[in-house]
Design a binder for this molecule. Structure first.
Ligand code: NIG
Ligand code: FE
Length: 409
């Protein structure tokens, strides 16, 4: 079955030659076609071009896109969509003056979500999580990474990863699963970190590998959470099972974690609200991509990732939502793109590159997702009538999406 979208006002992120990611100065360029057509066959992009060269409409399912913009679906490379309940109580505690750290020290934070998760059935977690996945799909996400990390027990982590697997089977979006057993130390291991790390390495990882439940391994490399040395143990153990590291690092403190991640083959380093010159040097000439999570900075009032500093150093950057119950109860990638422009001084071109092709790279999906390229998945967003794509970040709180297309439908 062929579908022809005609008279598209702007067809964004058109890449004839497949690329994996865009870096530094190149991110300022967002290739596009004006007054374009887009031809789909089943679930893939067959062709595109200027309207004057469009194929005959005969026998086609034709969609008139006059005045509307088409861009590839957002590729959200960092989320924690699977969780139980929520933490709106802590949200109010923060309004009343407590910090994220103070809440965590009282047994709130990640441990609060872990308690809820372990008390909730797999079925119920699936029901709650699928609503969030459906929400982000309706907001334009066409590929998403989802982490475990609210189990912190063998059974809890397996339960989360099985829910991710079910979501993957039941929804037409690409889903990558990340094992984040090293998200926080459970109370009973506060004084014996090595015992929890041993549990991750000798019990969780083999059980996860046996059911083939994860693609990546993550850890919260942060003062008060996992040290550089502890994270190295986790990364190396994950790699033995074929799990590439994608690491939470430099959210609150810079303790040399980024270099360790690069040295141990991480695909991405995520958060980076704090960045040092040494961190930048470590990332140069590596395949590891920094990932910024501006909705998290917005929600818990911490600094934004210094995007300009990273881009000026020639590094690539991806944008992701961090959708989770504690620091970012939203997976809205339109808001992420707008916030990156408004608060991080990224241009619309840079932010759209970061949320599409570079997000795809951060989940090893750039062969199939992240750009309008012949042969790639027909996953894209059709906007309401707009004058220019500048209006995407500009209208930061308006729903600009007319329809989302996944696998050509
Ligand atoms: O990416 N920083 C660590 N993990 C999550 C938040 C976890 C939570 O508070 O539940 C994040 O922000
Ligand atoms: Fe996160």
């Amino acid at each position: 079955m062929q579908t022809l979208l005609t008279h598209i006002k702007q067809l964004l992120q058109v890449r004839d030659t497949p690329i994996h990611k865009v870096s530094g100065a190149e991110m300022a360029n967002l290739p596009l076609l004006e007054n374009a057509y887009l031809l789909l066959e089943n679930d893939v992009i067959m062709d595109y071009g200027k309207m004057e060269n469009a194929p005959s409409l005969e026998g086609m399912n034709v969609v008139d896109c006059s005045g509307k913009i088409v861009l590839p679906s957002f590729c959200d490379s960092h989320t924690h969509i699977v969780y139980a309940g929520n933490r709106s109580g802590e949200f109010v505690d923060r309004i009343n003056g407590l910090s994220y750290e103070e809440i965590a020290n009282r047994g709130g934070g990640i441990l609060n979500s872990a308690k809820k998760l372990n008390e909730t059935s797999e079925e119920e977690i699936y029901e709650q999580s699928k609503k969030r996945l459906e929400e982000v799909i309706s907001q334009g996400t066409g590929a998403v990474e989802i982490k475990s990390g609210y189990g912190l027990t063998v059974e809890g982590e397996l339960k989360m990863l099985r829910v991710i697997k079910r979501l993957k089977e039941n929804y037409p979006v690409a889903i990558k699963a990340t094992f984040l057993g090293a998200h926080a130390f459970p109370m009973e291991y506060k004084e014996n970190h090595q015992a929890y790390i041993d549990l991750i390495i000798s019990e969780m990882l083999p059980a996860i590998a046996k059911e083939n439940l994860a693609d990546y391994i993550d850890a919260f490399l942060e003062t008060g959470y996992f040290s550089v040395e502890e994270t190295i143990q986790i990364m190396e153990a994950g790699k033995k099972y074929g799990l590439t590291p994608k690491i939470h690092v430099n959210q609150f403190t810079a303790i040399g974690g980024i270099k360790a991640c690069v040295d141990h083959g991480a695909l991405s380093v995520d958060h980076l609200e704090l960045v040092t010159e040494d961190d930048i040097e470590a990332l140069k000439n590596s395949d590891c991509i920094p990932v910024a999570l501006p909705s998290c900075s917005y929600f818990i009032s911490i600094p934004y990732t210094p995007a300009r500093q990273l881009l000026n150093a020639g590094l690539p950057l991806a944008l992701a939502s961090d959708f989770n119950p504690g620091t970012t109860p939203s997976g809205n990638m339109h808001f992420v793109v707008a916030t990156a422009c408004i608060k991080m001084k990224m241009t619309p071109e840079e932010a759209i590159n970061a949320a599409t092709i570079n997000g795809a790279y951060a989940m090893d999906l750039s062969d199939t997702h992240g750009s309008i390229t012949r042969g790639k998945k027909a996953n894209f967003i059709l906007t309401k009538p707009l004058h220019s794509y500048y209006e995407i970040p500009y209208c930061f709180a308006t729903n600009l999406i007319e329809s989302v297309w996944l696998e050509g439908k």
